[in-house]
Design a protein around this ligand. Structure first.
Ligand SMILES: NC(=O)c1ccc[n+]([C@@H]2O[C@H](COP(=O)([O-])OP(=O)(O)OC[C@H]3O[C@@H](n4cnc5c(N)ncnc54)[C@H](O)[C@@H]3O)[C@@H](O)[C@H]2O)c1
Length: 315
């Protein structure tokens, strides 16, 4: 029997018992088995989860706030959302943001998108964007944290934008959508990178920020937090994607950039549209806490993380 991603989460029976008894801390991702193949491959001690997984949603009539939405992957996500029937607040530091949204309004209708000038380093600006988006569209269902840059030289800036920006956006999403704050829940999608899944000697700061985004998002997306907040948190790790990010790369030393470009044939370039399609697919189907790779213009695939003791090197 074929099962959909969203229907393919199982909890161990002991965990289900703990959940029924109200001990939701048992909803730890280490107990979650995500089946992507068939019902017959479900482990014998696992049963379908009933409470921790929020099922598929349609984007029609939903409201999304996309941070870093004026360019590249963020803009492709914005367009995909609009095509799917969602209304979107495009939040970005870019001076081009106003122009970008004028074009979107011409294509999709004047009422469907707004631009908010936001620097993710500024708590007040991000907070205002959330408040104004809710006030304009009367609700908020989806938050995408996509602002980022590749600047190891100014490593404080890289951490401020790539990591602290994502943390800020996610915590504000909890505040504005979380049931623990009186909201009705929603979905957060954090854009990490395949750089968050490997070590690479040429961009250690970028690698660090993206690893941190993966760990942060998996933790926020843990079933314990979904029970608490009714907000799913998903992570997408794009592979090399053709966007303006590569026009302004700054690394710790010039020779590192040369070396970095030598590695790129290993990571074939894809379009930002492919990532955007993956994001919509995951919003509709992805279990909270899951991490997906979108690369090489192919459909996204989900990752299974090892428990760290299995990574132990025996003497
Ligand atoms: N392009 C790739 O190959 C690739 C691969 C993996 C992950 N990513 C990640 O995807 C995300 C989007 O990058 P992209 O490739 O589309 O690049 P991009 O440069 O086209 O887009 C980045 C956006 O972030 C915005 N931004 C930067 N600083 C900001 C700030 N302080 N406040 C608000 N917005 C800010 C920029 O104005 C821009 O619109 C980044 O997090 C990047 O790390 C990109």
């Amino acid at each position: 029997m074929q099962v959909l991603y969203a229907q393919a989460i199982y909890l161990t029976q002991s965990e289900e018992r703990l959940q029924s008894s109200g001990n939701t801390r048992a909803g730890r991702s280490c107990f979650v088995f995500a089946a992507t193949q068939s019902e017959s491959r479900r482990p014998a001690n696992c049963i379908p989860a009933t409470r921790t997984v929020q099922r598929a949603m349609s984007l029609q009539g939903q409201v999304a706030l996309v941070v870093g939405g004026a360019s590249g992957i963020g803009l492709a996500i914005v367009k995909e959302f609009l095509q799917e029937g969602a209304n979107v607040a495009v939040c970005d530091i870019s001076a081009k943001g106003e122009e970008v949204v004028k074009d979107l309004q011409a294509e999709f209708g004047t009422q469907r998108s707004i631009f908010k000038h936001v620097d993710v380093r500024d708590e007040g600006q991000v907070q205002a964007a959330f408040t104004e988006t809710k006030s304009n569209f009367k609700k908020l269902n989806i938050v995408v944290n996509c602002a980022g840059l590749l600047n190891d030289l100014d490593w404080n800036l890289a951490v401020d934008i790539n990591l602290k920006g994502v943390i800020r956006g996610t915590l504000l999403a909890w505040k504005h959508m979380g049931k623990h704050e009186g909201g009705s829940g929603g979905t957060v999608v954090n854009i990490a990178s395949i750089a968050g899944l490997m070590a690479l000697p040429f961009t250690p700061v970028y690698i660090a920020t993206k690893h941190a985004v993966v760990g942060f998002s998996r933790s926020c997306g843990d079933p314990y937090n979904v029970d608490r907040t009714a907000v799913r948190v998903l992570t997408v790790c794009p592979g090399m994607t053709d966007t303006p990010i590569f026009k302004n790369v700054k690394l710790l030393a010039p020779e590192l950039e040369e070396e970095l470009w030598k590695t790129t044939p290993q990571f074939p370039m894809q379009t930002a549209d492919n990532v955007a399609k993956a994001v919509v697919h995951l919003i509709n189907n992805g279990p909270s806490g899951s991490v997906w790779v979108s690369e090489e213009e192919k459909p996204a695939y989900q990752l299974k993380f090892p428990e760290y003791p299995t990574m132990r090197v025996d003497p």
